[in-house]
Design a protein around this ligand. Structure first.
Ligand code: NAP
Ligand code: MG
Length: 402
């Protein structure tokens, strides 16, 4: 078979620990034999980030803006223990944080559905995609413990010196205070990313906040979404046969539980944080969750939702066998390859991505899987494979699909 040709490179961001091991295996077994793989390679492994004073992270984000599509391996976010372990010059920032800030994105996460790994919510038949706004609110808030009686006020001083002032509370005793903010520009890019992603994946878009109580803050989110929808997306949605609707967050939660799935749920930062954990654990496993960062300018970065699986890596270093699930990392590659194919009009590349995903799913459904899934599957007589053999089993399924 001739290898599939690529016209434009993908930005490849290598990473750390067990996922770095899987990365190499995936390329060698599942990609290089079939594709004349063109990537612009950036090593975001912690050692190389340290050597380059983390410049490599910013360079990889710039390359993503240039080429439009990146695939990223999980990376270590350094903490005190990692400072010693890797003899770091500095406690470098989270690469995901750096990349997100540069691309100005929204993160979309969706579970990968296979027969035999059933969601605990019985009526969920199709994946629910969470779209989380990743800027502001309580994550950038200022807080105070109020020691005793006194008056708390919200004051805004304009550049022209004019003041706006609201009394928050006249305290009779001790209490707590919090000031938070968001930006119209950030909410606008969040809205655009959601609308574009809904069109891209042909799914309905739900958005919910608590605008009945928060008549200015949350209501602004609602209004910005509606304004952008009416002006720029309504026609395209109608043409695609999909729907955008806004509802109250309480109503959304109730409807999500009773739904069949198959839609995008856009959430404010905090709602997205807690609801994505709920949705992902109800669907089964973090290793079965895709994640893509979409910027309003149409730049895509694909990754797995999990980390570097450190515990498995230490076993691997000890010469012990590991059974680490590579599904989310493979889907990061297929997502990126499919998008590259779409942008370049490369049908072979898109078909390759579809076929590889099919092979991954059919391998699991035939009872061959890693340990994390074997523990939760409803299938009988499963074979638990080690990390490498699982990838080899996918290759066999892939070849059989020819
Ligand atoms: P983790 O790598 O997600 O792993 C936590 C646990 O979840 C593992 O110990 C394992 O459980 C299970 N698990 C996760 N992925 C799995 C997979 N593919 N196959 C099988 N089991 C899997 O989180 P962590 O250990 O807390 O973090 C390790 C490093 O990852 C940290 O340095 C952190 O900074 C980084 N991190 C990176 C990203 C990212 O780059 N996107 C995201 C999160 C964390 P068992 O051990 O019980 O088998
Ligand atoms: Mg969380």
């Amino acid at each position: 078979m001739d290898k599939i040709q690529m016209t434009t490179p993908l930005v490849e961001m290598d990473g750390d620990e067990m996922t770095r091991i899987l990365w190499k295996m995936i390329k060698e077994e599942l990609l290089l034999p079939y594709i004349d793989l063109k990537t612009e390679y950036y090593d975001l492994g912690l050692e190389h980030r340290n050597e380059t004073d983390d410049r490599v992270t910013a360079e990889s984000a710039k390359a993503t803006m240039k080429y439009g599509v990146a695939v990223k391996c999980a990376t270590i976010t350094p903490n005190a223990a990692r400072m010693d372990e890797y003899h770091l010059k500095e406690m470098w920032k989270s690469p995901n944080g750096t990349i997100r800030a540069m691309l100005d994105g929204t993160v979309f996460r969706a579970p990968i559905i296979v027969k035999g790994i059933e969601p605990c919510v019985r009526n969920w038949k199709a994946p629910i995609t969470l779209a989380r706004h990743a800027y502001g609110d309580v994550y950038k808030s200022v807080e105070m413990k109020v020691p005793g009686p006194g008056k708390a006020e919200l004051v805004f001083t304009g550049e022209d010196g004019k003041e706006m002032r609201e009394t928050i509370q006249v305290f009779k005793g001790a209490g707590v205070l919090q000031g938070m903010h968001n930006l119209d520009a950030s909410i606008e890019s969040f809205a655009k990313a959601c609308f574009n992603y809904a069109l891209d994946t042909k799914q309905d878009l739900w958005f919910a906040t608590k605008d009945t109580i928060s008549k200015k803050y949350d209501h602004t989110f609602k209004d910005i979404f509606q304004k952008i929808y009416d002006a720029d997306y309504k026609e395209a949605f109608e043409k695609a046969g999909i729907e955008y609707f806004y509802t109250l967050i309480d109503d959304a939660v109730a409807r999500v539980m009773k739904s069949k799935g198959g839609f995008i749920w856009a959430c404010k930062n905090y709602d997205g944080d807690v609801m994505s954990d709920m949705v992902s654990s109800a669907f089964g496993s973090l290793a079965m969750m895709t994640s893509v960062l979409v910027s309003p300018s149409g730049v895509y970065e694909y990754e797995a939702a999990h980390g570097t699986v450190q515990r498995h890596y230490y076993k691997h270093l000890n010469g012990e066998e590991t059974s680490t699930n590579s599904v989310a990392t493979i889907f990061a590659w297929t997502g990126a390859l499919r998008k590259r194919g779409e942008l370049d009009g490369n049908k072979d590349l898109m078909a390759f991505a579809d076929r590889l995903e099919k092979a991954v799913i059919s391998t699991i459904e035939s009872g061959k899987m890693t340990k994390d899934l074997a523990l939760i599957t409803s299938l009988k007589d499963v074979t638990v494979l080690n990390s490498a053999d699982y990838i080899k089993a996918i290759r066999a399924s892939f070849d059989a699909l020819a």
